[in-house]
Write a protein that binds this ligand. Structure first.
Ligand SMILES: *[C@@H]1O[C@H](CO)[C@@H](O)[C@H](O)[C@H]1NC(C)=O
Ligand SMILES: *[C@@H]1O[C@H](CO)[C@@H](O)[C@H](O)[C@H]1NC(C)=O
Ligand SMILES: *[C@@H]1O[C@H](CO)[C@@H](O)[C@H](O)[C@H]1NC(C)=O
Length: 675
């Protein structure tokens, strides 16, 4: 301990004495620990001097704003929201029906930390509700609401020579992610649903059209369900033999020829499932205020929440569900969904902790359970799981993050562009490896105009994923309404080309991932991490460095044929345009390049050891076929597009719409009742 201070707070004529210590830890970070002497102070406002032109980044995974300056960020784990912009029609609809529209600051993965361009990071340790307010010119204000009866926590501040060293320091403290399995870089992970026959048919189509496949991901391995907000898997985590007959032998056969099979799990069990009965019998669920099992309404079905504070429940879930039903079953990975929904009122836990204390930690505990299952099975580095919810410490456990549920649109607040902001901000929060659903997720076919995925969005999204560590598709919340990689022969061929480009990147991808894992520097980095002395780089939010050698400026808007790319000045190299080596720049300005669909704007550094890899990627010729535009209406005529499966359109759209009408009717009834 270096110093001890005493301070006084005055509130309505009462004086509180507050003690805090300032010390230096083994990492040479300054640690301020606030100790409440009187036992009644449960909130704190800390102000840190700021400069008007200072920039701040991080706060976990932020989707709308990369530089956080000028706004205030409440940090509380929750769904990111759909639309995430109160002025957009989609967010408005969703706000009206489900109250789930979200806003610029709503995120599945907040973290009370930021990195300042003045060369320090600040991190609040503890699970508290925190608001980081960057709206003032001359100070930042960190508000902590300590729901616990203990202290309002510890703050760490650490300085560093530049932002890259700060990311390294923060990651050293919070924990590094292990490298991804090598197989994941070899091709696309295809999100396929609908049963064994459909799985084989879709995979067959993909391979016939030249798709490089690393894995198939079967979200509905436990069975499918239609809910008020779309299609979801059946939450009873065991092999559904009706839908997937012969799955174990299909997995064995696919694995033998180098294709992995992936599944899905979350920390909830459906009340009508078999596993629920076992968990209920053993008292494994979070309890309600009246000491009954707390039942959560998920919009059409009900579930219990496994009490992760109960060691017996935790072990049962880890051993029987994750290890036995998933790893031993043959899966090489899964989406470890959710973690956000822990209510803070009316619930109780085995550990006796309060819900306020557990709420933000819940997704970390969920990631830890998955991580332990993988490690105990001896599969770390071979099996991968990906999480969306998170909080401080998630990076120490998760093997991979994904950006949650984007709208299948081009909006900055919740579309393709928001995955970029997410990757950069979470990278500035110490999590190096993330990815996203190619083509987005949230679909509302019944809206006017419909929110459905176009071929252009699917392909722009996929071409960006070529320059990330993982290339994974998702059919979205209403699969039949969206354009899929298999929707037409043309889509398949264009998608196949991109998947081969991703596969051709493998040696470089591996290099980037290994570097990320050891240094903590994110795979997708803001430009200033590599070029700290280039001032304009600090304002570039929608471009990134992929490792040290590639600058990627994804086209995130529709109907573009050209794109402006900012190139930082780099004293050691020049920038070479991936698609035309005659375009070379020494940087320090913006260049406009041709950017037709399939040619994402990418520059490489001429001094890279991987120039041959980049040339190979660029050698894939464009597929010159017209865009695929689905006919309006729910059911395109089978066979209309060559390569289309006979029953392209599944039936999920109909019950789904019914579900929404019920919700609307209910709302109307509630409104009448209130009048
Ligand atoms: C990271 O995880 C390990 C294993 O559970 C744990 O011992 C360590 O304390 C964690 N580190 C942090 C910073 O949470
Ligand atoms: C929110 O929506 C409005 C209206 O469509 C738009 O003008 C604004 O740019 C959007 N904001 C963001 C961050 O996307
Ligand atoms: C990737 O690396 C391997 C082994 O180092 C090498 O044999 C192979 O040629 C490389 N591939 C490319 C495309 O550079």
């Amino acid at each position: 301990m270096l110093y001890a201070f005493f301070g006084f707070l005055r509130e309505s004529y009462t004086l509180y004495q507050v003690r805090f210590t300032v010390s230096e830890d083994a990492e040479h970070a300054m640690v301020i620990e606030i100790i409440d002497i009187s036992g009644t102070v449960d909130r704190l406002w800390l102000r840190v001097l700021a400069q008007a032109d200072e920039k701040v980044y991080g706060a976990g995974e932020q989707f709308t704003h990369f530089n956080l300056r000028g706004r205030s960020f409440p940090l509380w784990v929750r769904e990111q929201g759909t639309g995430r912009n109160k002025s957009s029609p989609n967010a408005f609809y969703d706000e009206q029906t489900y109250g789930g529209g979200g806003d610029y600051h709503t995120t599945n993965f907040p973290q009370p930390s930021y990195i300042s361009s003045r060369g320090y990071y600040l991190y609040h340790e503890g699970p508290d509700y925190v608001v980081m307010d960057f709206t003032h010119d001359n100070f930042h204000e960190v508000f902590v609401l300590a729901e616990r009866s203990v202290s309002v926590g510890r703050m760490r501040l650490q300085n560093g020579s530049d932002e890259a060293s700060l990311v390294g320091h923060l990651t050293n403290f919070l924990g590094h992610q292990p490298p991804l399995p090598v197989w994941i870089h070899s091709g696309a992970i295809l999100g396929i649903q609908g049963g064994t026959t459909k799985l084989q048919e879709r995979l067959g189509q993909a391979e016939e059209h030249g798709v490089a496949v690393s894995a198939v991901w079967i979200l509905d391995w436990a069975g499918p369900v239609s809910t008020s907000s779309g299609q979801t898997p059946l939450w009873d985590w065991q092999w559904n033999q009706q839908l997937y007959p012969g799955l174990p032998s299909v997995i064995a056969e696919l694995v033998a020829r180098g294709i992995r099979v992936l599944g899905y799990v979350n920390p909830y069990l459906r009340t009508d499932g078999q596993l629920y009965a076992v968990a209920e019998e053993n008292d494994y669920f979070v309890k309600s205020a009246t000491n009954q099992t707390f039942i959560h309404d998920f919009g059409g079905f009900f579930s219990g929440t496994i009490d992760l504070t109960n060691p017996a429940a935790y072990d049962w879930y880890k051993n029987e569900v994750v290890k036995k039903n998933m790893i031993e079953f043959g899966f090489s990975g899964w989406m470890a969904d959710f973690g956000e929904y822990l209510p803070i009122h009316g619930v109780s836990f085995h550990s006796g902790q309060s819900a306020e204390e557990l709420h933000n930690q819940w997704p970390v505990m969920w990631a830890q359970l998955n991580r332990q299952a993988v490690e105990e099975a001896g599969k770390l580095g071979d099996v991968v799981f990906w999480t969306r919810a998170g909080f401080s410490g998630t990076g120490n456990y998760t093997t991979l993050l994904w950006a949650g549920d984007q709208n299948v649109d081009w909006s900055l607040s919740d579309g393709l562009a928001s995955t970029l902001t997410a990757a950069l901000s979470v990278g500035m929060s110490g999590v190096a490896l993330t990815h996203y659903d190619i083509g987005g997720f949230t679909t509302f076919a019944s809206y006017t105009p419909p929110l459905v995925r176009t071929e252009e969005l699917l392909l722009r999204s996929a071409e960006m994923a070529v320059f990330t560590p993982v290339f994974r598709t998702h059919e979205g919340s209403e699969p039949s309404a969206n354009v899929q990689f298999y929707s037409s022969r043309g889509t398949l061929l264009k998608f196949a080309r991109l998947s081969r480009m991703f596969s051709a990147m493998m040696n470089y991808t591996r290099h980037v991932v290994d570097t990320s894992s050891t240094t903590g520097l994110p795979a997708q980095r803001p430009l200033f991490l590599n070029n700290p002395s280039d001032e304009p780089s600090y304002d570039v939010s929608y471009q990134y460095m992929y490792g040290d050698d590639l600058l990627v400026a994804p086209v995130y808007l529709p109907h573009k044929e050209s794109w402006d790319v900012y190139l930082p000045s780099d004293p050691e190299a020049s920038w070479v345009f991936l698609w035309d080596e005659s375009i070379v720049s020494s940087g320090g300005g913006t260049v406009r390049v041709a950017a037709p669909l399939g040619h994402p704007p990418v520059f490489y550094r001429n001094v890279s050891e991987f120039v041959e890899v980049f040339r190979k990627v660029a050698s894939e010729p464009l597929v010159n076929l017209p865009p695929y535009v689905p006919k309006p209406g729910p059911s395109p005529t089978p066979g209309e597009n060559p390569g289309e499966g006979p029953d392209y359109c599944s039936s999920s759209a109909i019950p789904l719409r019914l579900g929404r009408y019920y919700v609307l009717v209910l709302l109307a009834v509630v409104k009448l009742f209130l009048m």
